[in-house]
Write a protein that binds this ligand. Structure first.
Ligand SMILES: Cc1cc2nc3c(=O)[nH]c(=O)nc-3n(C[C@H](O)[C@H](O)[C@H](O)COP(=O)(O)OP(=O)(O)OC[C@H]3O[C@@H](n4cnc5c(N)ncnc54)[C@H](O)[C@@H]3O)c2cc1C
Length: 347
């Protein structure tokens, strides 16, 4: 039996564990500084959007390619956890108010220029928009980003916690802050008195000492319950200042997000962000005025200098980080790459 340690049980730690457990000859030990419930991880704040097209506005085509691969992999991961319904791929709708139509056209032109698959995206006729999302029929300009989807991140965190805690080949230490011995495998085993065969460092922002260009990018979201609003797929509003997305969850719950602020401040949502997010959501659909605010969440996206993911392999240690705003979009394919390049060959 190979003994593998995973340090950091956020998004990457969980996806790594679930992928490795497919090999019946592997035992996993998870070390997590916070509790089992995932509340210490950016993964719990994330909306779980799988947006390969929309991310192209600022990202390179490599993010798109990894994204398409991951979308295929997510449905299998979630079925393994018994929550197949936490995945959906109905595409997303992107719209703008008439005065901001130039913003939307610029966005579409940007993604057309980056990947050939974008050429299939076209302006929706009013009857097409009404068929997709009847409650948006008053919007005059919208596009359907057909390949996009979402993972219900709250369901994923809850189900993966239960699955891993109950798995016979998993040992999970919560409230376990690991700082020393993270240089390589020998240093880890010597520091912690263990005999692991391989270590994964998936500590997100916790890996700053080993990755000096790591930084946090603050993001804030609202959870709203809006019984009068019916939307069946994620909606994006292009706006010169307040871009937002609305992600529908079960029972008329919506995740509204997200701000993007160059700061590692995890304190509660600001008045300014609240005004901007809530005004924008109300402008998409007036029935949001009667929604109830059930939660606000804030966390920081672990990001590297180039805002791209990075896999480092060094003497029995694999470090994966820098998933920035694409963690759900990228993690299954990035983890697969890390395993193909290191562990399966070396152990
Ligand atoms: C507001 C917001 C919205 C987002 N929306 C989306 C979205 O719609 N789609 C998308 O694809 N991505 C989204 N993301 C990005 C996504 O959440 C991140 O990219 C992803 O969570 C990064 O995964 P990670 O495992 O590297 O870090 P995390 O998920 O933060 O996990 C790191 C884990 O390591 C633990 N840890 C840290 N230090 C230590 C230590 N010293 N010892 C032990 N454990 C430690 C932490 O407690 C945590 O559990 C969003 C992020 C935010 C903040």
């Amino acid at each position: 039996m190979k003994k593998i340690a995973i340090v950091g049980a956020g998004l990457l730690g969980r996806v790594t564990a679930l992928t490795l457990l497919e090999d019946k000859n592997i035992h996993i030990t998870l070390y997590e500084k916070a509790r089992y419930d995932g509340e210490g991880a950016a993964a719990s704040t994330a909306a779980g959007m799988l947006s390969p097209f929309a991310e192209l506005e600022t990202a390179e085509s490599v993010i798109f390619e990894y994204g398409l691969k991951s979308i295929e992999m997510w449905s299998k991961i979630l079925e393994q956890l018994g929550i197949g319904e936490a995945f959906s791929q109905k595409g997303s709708v992107i719209t703008a108010h008439p005065q901001d139509s130039a913003e939307l056209e610029r966005f579409i032109a940007t993604i057309y220029a980056k990947v050939p698959q974008a050429k299939e995206i076209r302006l929706l006729q009013n009857r097409e928009l009404t068929a997709l999302e009847p409650s948006l029929s008053h919007h005059t300009m919208a596009y359907h980003l057909y390949a996009e989807g979402q993972v219900d991140s709250a369901m994923f965190i809850e189900a993966s916690t239960l699955f891993l805690l109950n798995h016979p080949r998993v040992t999970w230490f919560e409230n376990h802050f690991i700082e020393n011995g993270m240089e390589d495998l020998d240093a880890f085993n010597a520091t912690h008195g263990t005999d692991f065969d391989w270590i994964f460092d998936t500590r997100g922002l916790g890996a700053k000492k080993e990755m000096p260009d790591l930084r946090g990018v603050r993001g804030e979201v609202f959870w709203l319950d809006a019984p009068e609003v019916n939307l069946s797929r994620p909606i994006r509003l292009m706006h010169p200042r307040y871009k937002i997305y609305i992600v529908p969850r079960a029972n008329h719950r919506f995740v509204i997000g997200a701000t993007e602020i160059e700061s590692e401040d995890r304190s509660p949502i600001s008045v300014r962000s609240s005004l901007e997010l809530l005004s924008a959501v109300y402008s998409v659909h007036p029935s949001f005025a009667e929604a109830r605010i059930v939660a606000t969440k804030t966390d920081c996206r672990p990001s590297l200098e180039d805002n791209l993911p990075r896999i480092e392999q060094h003497k029995g240690m694999t470090r994966i980080n820098g998933l920035y705003r694409h963690g759900y979009l990228l993690s299954p394919a990035i983890v697969q790459d890390a395993l193909d390049g290191g562990l399966r060959r070396v152990v």
